[in-house]
Design a protein around this ligand. Structure first.
Ligand SMILES: Cc1ncc(C[n+]2csc(CCOP(=O)(O)OP(=O)(O)O)c2C)c(N)n1
Ligand SMILES: [Mg+2]
Length: 283
């Protein structure tokens, strides 16, 4: 197992014979999936609950969120530019969906990132659909990673249903950025079980298609290895699942019981820089 440190964020990178890392991945995925799917109510205090728990684990993650599909891609390149300019040693992970991959901003960001060899990893989570539109319907080819070729950016497809393959690809990309060799573009080929939102009736695909993908679910793939290799007993797995359930419940309870934040709080978390002259830093 190797470890990658992103400032104060440490990702543990697994291989199939690393029992502890696989158990961590399993707990992490169960946790994220549970939080995303079971509490799918977009409320501010719920979001705070999620962020609070995320911050407890990774104290210095910077999250950029907005409602503009693809808006985060040039922002990710900009954060990476700042890391290079200030020589922080940081690496930026910029995630976007297949629905954002045909945005013009992708090309501007890729060009700048390659020109200046910025320490950034671009990751497209190709789950086959953008809202109700399949990737097949929006482009003449479905290998989104090939968009990197036009910029001679290191790029390629990754089996996004296999956490070990994801960890390996990310390790290589982060090491490249840390060496000063610039960006990488990874296409995580994955799937979306649920509709885009609660109002999505999913008339554009069959139930059988969804069931086929569930057979290669990342969580069960990891669990199969854990069981095959006897890295944990059923009782030990049960302990992990219970721990995760408790965490999710605690998170939801915190969210439900938290008051709505003051409007001013929106501005409190915009800039990390403590002496930023225009808005007070309150984190
Ligand atoms: C610039 C812009 N165009 C359109 C929309 C409306 N919109 C919201 S989500 C979405 C599709 C996003 O696709 P993807 O990133 O693949 O997300 P997924 O459906 O897989 O969750 C669109 C078109 C938007 N938010 N911003
Ligand atoms: Mg999508």
């Amino acid at each position: 197992m190797s470890q990658i440190s992103l400032d104060n964020v440490t990702f543990r990178v697994a291989s199939v014979d690393d029992a502890q890392a696989l158990l961590d991945i399993y707990a992490y995925y169960v946790n994220e999936t549970a939080i995303t799917f079971e509490y799918n109510v977009p409320r501010v205090e719920e979001f705070q609950g999620r962020i609070r728990h995320t911050l407890q684990r990774f104290p210095y993650i910077v999250a950029e969120l907005n409602g503009i599909v693809g808006g985060q891609i040039p922002v990710g390149a900009g954060l990476a530019f700042a890391d290079k300019y200030f020589n922080t040693g940081g690496v930026t992970m910029t995630y976007f969906g297949d629905g954002a991959a045909r945005q013009g901003s992708v090309h501007e960001a890729f060009n700048m990132a390659m020109l200046w060899k910025l320490p950034v990893v671009f990751i497209v989570e190709n789950n086959g659909y953008a809202m109700g539109t399949s990737v097949e319907r929006t482009a003449n080819h479905t290998d989104i990673w090939k968009l990197g070729l036009g910029y001679e950016m290191p790029c390629g497809p990754v089996d996004g249903m296999n956490p070990v393959k994801v960890a390996e690809a990310m390790t290589e990309a982060i090491e490249r950025a840390r060496r000063g060799d610039g960006p990488t573009f990874l296409e995580m080929k994955t799937y979306r079980y649920r509709g885009h939102s609660m109002s999505d009736a999913q008339l554009y695909r069959s139930k059988e298609e969804v069931e086929e993908y569930k057979k290669i679910d990342p969580i069960t793939q990891v669990l199969d290895v854990i069981k095959d290799q006897k890295y944990a007993t059923d009782d030990e797995i049960e302990v992990i699942e219970q721990r995760v359930k408790d965490l999710v419940e605690e998170c939801a309870k915190f969210a439900e019981e938290s008051p709505y934040p003051e409007i001013q709080q929106l501005y409190d978390v915009v800039y990390e820089q403590e002496d930023y002259p225009f808005l007070p830093h309150k984190l």
